[in-house]
Design a protein around this ligand. Structure first.
Ligand code: UD1
Ligand code: CA
Length: 457
């Protein structure tokens, strides 16, 4: 196998997106477009990858990290000019170079692998990935000669009416002989409607030199969709969403209604988990097996064990164990660590709290900045009073505590192991182990009070 290089084009502003966010950083199913591309390219055993950056250079670099090298294109004079920026790193090296646009987020490794394979088999200097579509507007067109061989690529804006009727388009993905690429780039001019240096012109240049120029047509146009505006972005989102949902279903996850289920590109879900409609699972979430999620739940960056149920609830940046029962209408806020067999019931909000195994907060509670031990029962309406307006304080509730309904636990405070807090208490001091703490006014019953009031009238 020859040495493999990759060049990712990601320097453009993306004017047609009409956005403050640089085009290639727009997410598709929660992941920036350019990251999708780099993740797929990374599967191809690439020896050196160079990403061309310009607009938003630092942000693109921060996104991709050290998976790629970078070359800066200071002004965006076109796709050929972009590729030339990799000269310092790659020119003169022996091998094949795959060039991919950062705005084609649906491209898959298998297709690029097939492209490289054909390129090598044909001993070509360039192989362009093409696709057929009934609506080729905006794309470069593949112009073939009478024998059906690729002659050149014409950009939509430069094309004649006859050329515009061609339905075979340039997907913007190519495989080049690396040396031939950098030599041919020197000859690209900007003599066209847009005054840009077009990478596709390399095809015509190599063809005229008598080199082997070929095309590899994929049957799947969808995969090559180029995202230039928000309409295409929403199409890419749809296609990616279907692809992700389908792969989970094939892996043994039940999606009751895939059309209303949104699963991020990097989410992992175990077998026999069932996801109900209206559910959004995103970020680096990992869900185990046999869980029931939804309907109408939002889960982001959570790690969830097996056989856990989360109904009509929101959970972010937290760890949730196995056999946990959450909701309906619960809110698990960041940095919560909910162990196995916990129950978090309706209208309960948890923030930055550890919940030990078997503990319960079944109704209407706020538990924030807290360490709750095992088998604790937090009664309806009880809350941690964690904030004095300036600072947050910790509440510790040790194993086997029973907190009666409607209690306020004013932090910092520790409720000792096995103790009881009487309903309606406002606890400001630590409660010793095994104690009963009552912190409320005693009840006074005024006998016949109503009668006395009536006599005064
Ligand atoms: C390009 C192709 C077109 C093809 C289409 C496929 C050219 C001239 N045209 O058109 O034939 O059908 O892709 O989607 O190549 N970029 C840079 N620096 C630049 C210009 C662009 O890095 O100076 C990057 C952009 O960030 C983008 C990619 O190159 O990721 C493609 O540029 P774009 O302007 O979107 O090209 P298209 O008009 O879509
Ligand atoms: Ca494009």
């Amino acid at each position: 196998m020859s040495t493999r290089y990759a060049i990712i084009l990601a320097a453009g502003q993306g004017t047609r997106m009409k956005s403050k966010l640089y085009k290639v950083l727009h997410p598709v199913c929660g992941k920036p477009m350019v990251q999708h591309v780099v993740d797929q390219v990374s599967k191809l055993n690439i020896d050196e990858m160079v990403t061309i950056i310009g607009h938003g250079a630092e942000k693109v670099k921060a996104q991709l990290g050290d998976k790629s090298q970078y070359a800066l294109q200071e002004s965006q004079l076109g796709t050929a000019h972009a590729v030339i920026q990799a000269k310092g790193t790659l020119a003169g090296k022996q091998g094949v170079t795959i060039v991919v646009c950062g705005d084609t987020p649906l491209i898959e490794a298998e297709t690029m692998e097939a492209l490289i394979k054909q390129h090598e088999a044909m001993n070509a200097k360039v192989t362009v990935l093409t696709a057929a579509t009934d609506n080729p507007t905006g794309y470069g067109r593949i112009v073939r000669n009478a024998e059906g061989h690729v002659e050149k690529i014409v950009e939509h804006k430069d094309a004649t009416d006859q050329e515009r009727s061609i339905k075979e388009i340039n997907t913007g993905t190519y495989c080049f002989d690396n040396k031939a690429l950098f030599e041919a780039l020197e000859q690209v001019s900007n003599d066209n409607v847009q005054g840009e240096y077009y990478l596709p012109d390399v095809i015509e240049i190599l063809k005229k030199q008598g080199e082997i120029v070929t095309a590899y047509q994929t049957g799947n146009f969808e995969e090559t969709l180029g995202v230039n505006d928000r309409v295409a972005l929403s199409q890419a989102e749809q296609i990616m969403k279907n692809r992700i949902n389908e792969s989970h279903m094939r892996n043994g996850v039940t999606l009751i209604d895939p059309t209303s289920t949104y699963i991020g590109a990097d989410v992992e879900i175990g077998q026999d988990t069932v996801i109900y409609p209206g559910t959004v699972v995103s970020g680096r979430t990992v869900i185990g097996s046999d869980c029931v999620i939804g309907p109408n739940s939002e889960i982001k960056d959570c790690k969830i064990g097996d056989a856990t149920t989360i109904r009509q609830s929101v959970a972010h940046d937290s760890s949730i164990g196995s056999n946990v029962n959450i909701g309906p209408f619960a809110h698990i806020r960041p940095s919560s660590d909910i162990h196995d067999e916990v129950k978090i019931g309706n209208f309960v909000e948890i923030k930055k709290a550890v919940f030990g195994q078997g503990s319960k907060a079944s109704h209407l509670s706020y538990i924030g900045d807290a360490e709750v031990g095992k088998d604790v029962n937090i009664g309806c309406g009880s809350i941690t009073v964690n904030y004095d307006g300036k600072n947050k304080f910790l509440t510790k509730i040790e194993d086997n505590v029973f907190v009666g309904c409607n209690s306020n636990l004013v932090a910092p405070v520790t409720i000792g192991k096995g103790s009881y807090v009487a309903a309606g208490s406002t606890i400001t001091n630590n409660v010793p182990e095994e104690a009963l703490s009552i912190a409320r006014a005693r009840q006074v019953n005024k006998e016949n009070y109503v009668q006395k009031l009536n006599l005064k009238k």
